[in-house]
Design a binder for this molecule. Structure first.
Ligand code: GTR
Length: 348
């Protein structure tokens, strides 16, 4: 990376990060030490569609379908619902796979009409329809892969299962080739689901873009030197998001053979945008910004950062790893969507 910015270099060197490695080595470490080994692809998969579940959505501008993703994995059956909102007459449109907190579709907090008016299609699913957000490893997809809920130290945590589901949503999107443009697929999510979006893209090269909104600790934010949530906090409160090997670093992150720049760098040479909110201290915007700088060398067109830390409304969109800082709180808001759309459109 051609970084001339000494201040950013200096801040990075204070974090004492392990150097980037080849992608497959970084992924192996991330799988073994933090998220767990992703479940294998299903042996069989089919998509059962219920069309037009909201007749005349947006006065007929888009069609909303519900799709049951059904299949066999590890010799056992699984199924979960996903939802699509596709502009009428769509041809070769960019699209989002949104790993969503909310079960309503379209999500009433999302600017869905604005997204479709910008010429994007949406596929979304509620993460809890895949497996519960707790330590129950017999629920949903977890129970399909972990017999009796029994885990090994590198067995997937819940984030890995949700990421696996996003990859199945992409399997569905591929059946719509022609309607959707596979070279402009973007997996996105907020907070714990931003961590999930980054893992989904890192481990599946079919995703062309990834967007993490306010994902913070164990997502887009460096653990070393963070002023927000630490691995100790997250492991104490949400141990089930991760594999058990991660727990050994709770007391000493300097021993981790990785930091979160490995996750972002594993998305290269594809494109990734990291979004922070200025009042979201728990996610630590500065540590999210520095992750982009640390991951930059993995990208051919690396992070173009200036000579200072970001200010509200700064958009770092020139590189293939980008960053944006929105004013306000922990939330995946309209402005975040607008900026994400802008980033993707710039990379045409
Ligand atoms: C918090 C957690 C964060 C973030 C957030 C969320 O409580 O500490 O890491 O993931 O939840 O997902 O809303």
């Amino acid at each position: 990376m051609k970084r001339t910015d000494n201040m950013i270099e200096e801040l990075l060197s204070q974090r004492n990060l392990p150097p980037l490695l080849p992608r497959d080595e970084m992924l192996e470490i991330l799988r073994r030490e933090i998220y767990g080994t992703m479940p294998e692809e299903p042996e069989k998969i089919e998509f059962i569609k219920r069309e037009n579940i909201i007749p005349k959505f947006c006065a007929g501008k888009a069609q909303c379908d519900e799709i049951t993703v059904k299949g066999t994995a590890c010799g056992r059956e699984f199924s979960f619902p996903i939802y699509s909102t596709i502009p009428a007459g769509a041809e070769n449109l960019p699209f989002f796979i949104h790993i969503n907190f909310r079960p309503d579709n379209p999500d009433r907090y999302m600017p869905t009409e604005e997204i479709i008016d910008n010429g994007f299609a949406l596929i979304s699913f509620c993460y809890k329809d895949v497996t519960s957000d707790d330590g129950d490893f017999e629920d949903g997809i977890s129970g399909v892969f972990l017999k009796g809920g029994k885990r090994e130290p590198d067995s997937p945590g819940k984030i890995a299962f949700w990421a696996w589901a996003a990859q199945r949503a992409l399997d569905y999107a591929q059946t719509l080739t022609g309607t959707l443009d596979m070279s402009r697929s973007c997996v996105c999510g907020h907070s714990r689901l931003g961590k999930t979006a980054l893992l989904a893209a890192a481990t599946d090269e079919r995703f062309a873009f990834a967007y993490s909104n306010d994902s913070g600790c164990s997502g887009a934010a460096l653990a070393r030197g963070t002023t927000g949530e630490r691995p100790l906090d997250i492991i104490t409160n949400f141990p089930f998001w991760f594999c058990e090997n991660y727990y050994k670093y709770a007391d000493d992150v300097s021993k981790m053979p990785f930091d979160q720049h490995f996750l972002v760098a594993s998305i290269a040479p594809r494109k990734v945008l990291i979004g922070s909110a200025s009042e979201n201290d728990w996610a630590d915007p500065v540590s999210e910004f520095l992750t982009c700088a640390a991951a930059s060398p993995a990208f051919e067109n690396g992070f173009k950062c200036g000579d200072r830390l970001p200010r509200v409304d700064d958009l770092y969109f020139d590189g293939d790893v980008g960053y944006q800082l929105r004013k306000g709180l922990h939330y995946f808001g309209r402005e975040d969507w607008q900026r994400l759309i802008k980033f993707i459109n710039l990379k045409k």
